[in-house]
Structure formats: C-alpha cells, structure tokens
Design a protein around this ligand. Structure first.
Ligand SMILES: NC(=O)c1ccc[n+]([C@@H]2O[C@H](COP(=O)([O-])OP(=O)(O)OC[C@H]3O[C@@H](n4cnc5c(N)ncnc54)[C@H](OP(=O)(O)O)[C@@H]3O)[C@@H](O)[C@H]2O)c1
Length: 259
C-alpha cells in the first residue's frame, strides 16, 4: 500500500457530508476548509451572507464541494430552520462541527439576563439542538462525528469568564452525554479546546499588541493560536481513524493549559 493510500484509509472524508456552524469565520472557517479538502461535502452555517458566500466561492474555486445556509442560531426556531436547510443540500450530515459562538464578557456584576440568554442559546443550546436533530440519524446509520469547539474557560476562569465560561463547561459535559448515548452506534462526540486564537471573535484583545505578546508567553510554543492550527485535529476527529476517541476534550492550545 502506498503512503497516500494508507493516509486516505485512515483520514479521507471522501463521501462524507459535514455541517460546520460558524464556518464563515475564524476557527470554523479553517475547519470547514480542512474537512472539504479531505473530501467531505461541507455546508457552512452562520448569519451574515456575504461572509458565507465568499468562503463557499473560495472553497469551490479550489475544487471543494461546499454550500452555505444563513440562519440565526440564537433561537430554537432559527436552529431548527437552519438544520433542515443544511440537511436539504447534500443530505443528512455524517459530521457536525459546532464552532458558532459568542464571546460576551461583561464584569459579573453587569451580566444581564440578555447576555446570559444569548450566550447559552448560541454556545450551548444550538449544539444541543443540532445534536438532537442529527445524532440519532448518525447512530442509526452506524457512523457519526460530533465536534464541539469549547475554550480553556471550560476548565478555568480567565478574564471575566461569566456566562461564557459556564456555557463552554456545559458544552464539554454535553459532549460526554452525547458520547455516552451514541458511541455504541459508531458516533463519536468530542471537543476541541482552543487557547487564545487570533480571530474576529477577540478582535478587541487582538488589537492590543502587549496583551497578545503576553498571552503568547503563557503557551509552551511561544505563540498564540491560528485558525489553521485546528485543521489537522478536526480532520482526525472526523475521520475513521478516530473511531475509538470519544467523550474527550482535546486541547489545541500550544501548551497553554499545562504551562
Ligand atoms: N478565538 C479564540 O481565541 C477562541 C478561544 C476559545 C474558544 N473559541 C471558540 O471557538 C469558536 C469559534 O470562534 P472564532 O474565534 O472562530 O470566532 P469568529 O471568527 O468570530 O466566528 C464566529 C462564527 O460564529 C457565527 N455566529 C455567531 N453568532 C451566531 C448566531 N447567532 N447564529 C449563527 N452563527 C453565529 C459567526 O457568523 P455570523 O456573525 O455571521 O453569524 C461566525 O461564523 C467559538 O465557539 C468560540 O467560543 C475561540
């Protein structure tokens, strides 16, 4: 067997269908591209259409098979509508990546019901509802991959974690509950845990060079994360090779969490 054939046997996503929420930006965008380049047909979902269509145009120009669905994942109806629209494109997904997220971090004393509700809706409830929609079908077909993107704040408080840290901690628990339910049927459920990654989500912090440099010193690699750092880990978790990896939180953080 050639090395190419061996790698394909382990990691190829040829014939798979993936849905990546938040696939129009940052970490989700890199993961969508990675899954598509590994052979999957990929639907990306988020709200803003220009960003969605430009990512899809780029992917299609490089020979990938992709499509977009615009939807607001902060309401139950929005999630359900987006899920049906996504499944209508290439069929029921084999791979679900929940990367859409909001990062609203007022001081605890100023945390409003609205911030709490939005954070829980987008970061936790949407992944739950999408899991409920697609997980049982994956289990019935005997193959599925659910990948959530959490945060170091699922494990430790860090700069006004507030509702955000709570949502990410619960998301890791959700992955374990889903893994318990569906792993016996070939559906693995895991989380990728970023440290600090330069994306539009934290543009405010990223605009402060001193803070950025300071955060880099807290890693072992000496640099902050980039969205493409998640490409290989996502392809691995989505692939056949990771069939015995489930319920896990995999840190992609340059060693931040163990430094
Ligand atoms: N960057 C970091 O340092 C870091 C660290 C830890 C964890 N994370 C997590 O990684 C994930 C991706 O973050 P990122 O840094 O890549 O952020 P990003 O570049 O800002 O991307 C966020 C994505 O979520 C979508 N989104 C936000 N609200 C939505 C809603 N209501 N409905 C549908 N889509 C929505 C956005 O598109 P629209 O705005 O067009 O809807 C966008 O595609 C998030 O879950 C985040 O919590 C990031």
């Amino acid at each position: 067997m050639t090395s190419q054939a061996y790698l394909s046997q382990l990691f190829s996503l040829e014939g798979r269908v993936a849905l990546v929420t938040g696939g129009s930006s940052g970490i989700g965008r890199s993961i969508a591209e990675a899954l598509a380049r590994a052979g999957a047909s990929v639907v990306i979902a988020a709200r803003r259409e220009p960003e969605l269509s430009s990512v899809v145009a780029e992917l299609d120009a490089s020979g990938c098979r992709s499509a977009w669905v615009s939807g607001d994942l902060s309401t139950r109806d929005g999630v359900r509508t987006a899920a049906e629209a996504a499944a209508a494109v290439f069929g029921e997904p084999d791979i679900l990546v929940n990367s859409a997220g909001v990062n609203l971090r007022p001081p605890m004393n100023e945390l409003t019901d609205e911030v709490w509700d939005t954070t829980m809706a987008v970061n936790l409830e949407a992944p739950y509802l999408l899991g409920q929609r697609f997980g049982p079908g994956m289990a019935e077909r005997g193959f599925g991959r659910i990948i959530h993107i959490t945060s170091q704040q699922a494990h430790r408080a860090f700069v006004q974690s507030g509702a955000y840290g709570v949502s990410k901690g619960a998301l890791e628990s959700l992955a374990r509950s889903q893994a318990e339910a569906w792993s016996p049927h070939g559906v693995t459920c895991n989380t990728l845990v970023p440290g600090f990654v330069l994306t539009p989500l934290n543009a405010r912090l990223a605009d402060d060079p001193e803070q950025v440099a300071h955060l880099a010193t807290r890693t072992m690699t000496g640099r902050n994360g980039l969205p493409d750092d998640f490409a290989g880990a996502a392809v691995f978790l989505a692939s056949g090779a990771a069939g015995y990896v489930t319920g896990q939180s995999i840190f992609v953080d340059g060693g931040l969490s163990v430094h």
